[in-house]
Design a binder for this molecule. Structure first.
Ligand code: NAD
Length: 518
């Protein structure tokens, strides 16, 4: 009988590159996909190169969009519940491949095993959601002032959807977009991050499996382009791409938004966050401590919803911070494939340098830095492991108002609640937020129009770890886009308002009279 523990240990002894290649083959990615030159795909666990991929040329981009454009003509005619059946099969493929694909996420993005698996679970969840949605793409019937008329809304597929994704959620973000786009009747052209293209190719192989079981899907329904910024720009600039959903830094959004606006393309922008938590005097500190640790240190501080700013009432500041420092010093950093490890590597060396730069700027601004610095340099000389840092700031200054994509948690004190809200909202980003309080008035105020200005506002849980049922996204420099649950599907469709006259008269709206002799 096989011993699962022994199997797990064997897998850990394999290098990330060896493991990745085995998983890719099992998931149906042909070995010939990895070539000797081109885009280098590496694992942040050791820094070793897994293989190279041929980058998409301008002609490849053109051809992929052309295939997607013809797939649209076919797919939009397929009844939505039938399109939902395809997404149901995709969900089944993802269920069957969860362990392998999650492991590949761990290897390519450096997440701990349970977070890699959780990312694939999120894909499964959005597929389930989209299957139900495929029978619910409903419009309103609206009362009309004209007798003998009916007015209603119908929703139609919008066209080719371009999806540009970031490295830190290499597969889930695609699925939030793609599962909805597919049931809404649209093909998807995906440009994954150049740092995590292998997981994208694995997903494409699973889409193909689902397509076969479906009885065939139009060629071009799911395209993947390999490359960096230039490939993203080609997708953004193509008139045939009706919608671009772009996830990444605010800098990326600033470059993408005007190009999309120039051709009036629909844009869903999911950009950077600088998420905060207010800890009020009445907070349950045991609960807050656990939530803060997960939100600030989890995924090595590389979630868009990572907790980056703590705004703590002066009466509980010292107590909370001394407990947090203890928690930080005990957290295990290491190969994210190893059981018990909570913090894996940063994605690459520039990310580590960015962290070092922010910490030095914080020191110059009067911050007291606890932690930080390189970890495990002897064991992993070519990787970028960092000790999470906790920084006591005199006020919200220096690097604190901007996002540094690394595990840095800044803490400032507040005296009264208005001041806490003002500090909270006084940054460019507006993604996620939370408050720890048992005071109903504070909790309600935080979620009210005069409270948090973010797209996500939580009470007594941290800002990270959203479920797919809610709409996900944020305001201000986060870009204003919404994906996943609630009514986010409407972005992937075009709305038509239809008025039908079933009388023999022709009354005009607003009492206008316009009689011609006929
Ligand atoms: P990034 O901006 O460097 O890259 C994101 C993607 O955009 C990549 O695929 C990249 O190739 C592409 N890209 C970059 N510049 C482009 C341009 N000018 N035109 C077209 N495409 C371009 O981001 P990253 O380092 O991969 O990810 C981290 C960032 O993403 C953080 O700021 C994080 O907060 C953000 N993020 C946001 C969300 C969200 O839902 N709001 C989710 C995940 C990550």
């Amino acid at each position: 009988m096989s011993n699962p523990l022994a199997n797990e240990l064997d897998a850990i002894l394999a290098t990330p590159a060896e493991e990745a290649r085995t998983i890719l083959t099992r998931l149906g990615v042909p070995a010939s996909t990895l070539v000797s030159r081109g885009l280098a795909c590496s694992s942040p666990i050791t820094g070793e190169v897994i293989g190279h991929l041929a980058e998409s040329t301008q002609a490849d981009v053109e051809a992929a969009i052309a295939r997607a454009d013809s797939a649209f003509l076919e797919w939009r005619q397929v009844p939505a519940p039938r399109r939902g059946e395809f997404v149901r099969l995709l969900g089944e493929e993802l269920r069957a491949a969860k362990s392998d694909l999650g492991r590949l996420v761990t290897i390519e993005a450096g997440k701990i095993v349970s977070e890699g698996q959780g990312e694939v679970q999120e894909m499964i969840d959005i597929c389930d959601f989209a299957v139900g949605l495929s029978r619910q793409l409903h419009g309103l019937t609206v009362s009309t002032e004209r007798p003998g008329h009916r007015m209603m809304e119908t929703w139609h597929p919008i066209g080719v959807c371009g999806v540009i994704t970031a490295f830190n959620f290499p597969v889930a973000v695609w699925s939030w977009n793609a599962a909805l786009a597919f049931v809404c009747g649209n093909p998807v052209v995906w440009k994954p991050s150049e740092k995590t293209p292998l997981t994208a190719l694995a997903v494409k192989a699973l889409v193909e499996r689902a397509g076969k079981r479906f009885g065939g899907i139009p060629q071009g329904l799911c395209e993947v382009l390999i490359g960096a910024r230039a490939v993203g720009e080609a997708l953004i600039d193509d008139e045939r791409v009706a919608l671009v959903s772009a996830t990444g830094s605010t800098a990326m959004g600033r470059a993408a938004a005007p190009r999309l606006a120039k051709r009036f393309a629909r844009a869903i922008l999911e950009l950077g966050g600088n998420n905060a938590a207010i800890v009020a005097p009445s907070a349950d500190l045991d609960l807050a401590l656990r939530a803060i640790a997960f939100a600030a240190i989890g995924t090595a501080g590389q979630r868009c919803t990572t907790l980056r700013r703590l705004i703590v009432h002066e009466s509980v500041h010292d107590k909370l911070l001394s407990r947090l420092k203890k928690a930080y010093s005990g957290v295990r950093i290491g190969d994210p494939r190893e059981p018990g490890v909570l913090v894996g590597p940063l994605i690459d060396d520039p990310a580590f340098k960015g962290m070092e730069h922010a910490l030095s700027e914080a020191r110059s601004s009067g911050g007291r830095v606890h932690g930080g610095g390189r970890a495990l340099a002897d064991r992993f000389p070519d990787a970028a492991y960092a000790h999470p840092a906790l920084v006591e700031m005199p006020s919200q200054t220096g690097p604190m108002p901007r996002e540094t994509f690394a595990p840095i948690l800044y803490a400032v004190r507040y005296r009264d609640f208005d001041e806490a809200i003002a500090i909270h909202n006084d940054v460019g980003a507006g993604l996620s937020s939370s408050i720890f309080t048992t005071d109903l008035r504070e909790a309600e105020r935080f979620m009210s129009a005069a409270g948090s200005d973010c797209g996500i506002a939580n009470v007594n849980i941290g800002p990270s770890g959203a479920e797919i049922g809610g709409a996900f996204g944020g305001e201000k420099e986060t870009g204003g886009g919404r994906e996943a649950g609630s009514d986010a599907w409407k972005s992937y469709m075009r709305r038509a308002t239809n008025t039908v006259n079933f009388s023999s008269a022709l009354p005009l709206a607003q009492g206008v009279s316009f009689d011609v002799e006929a």
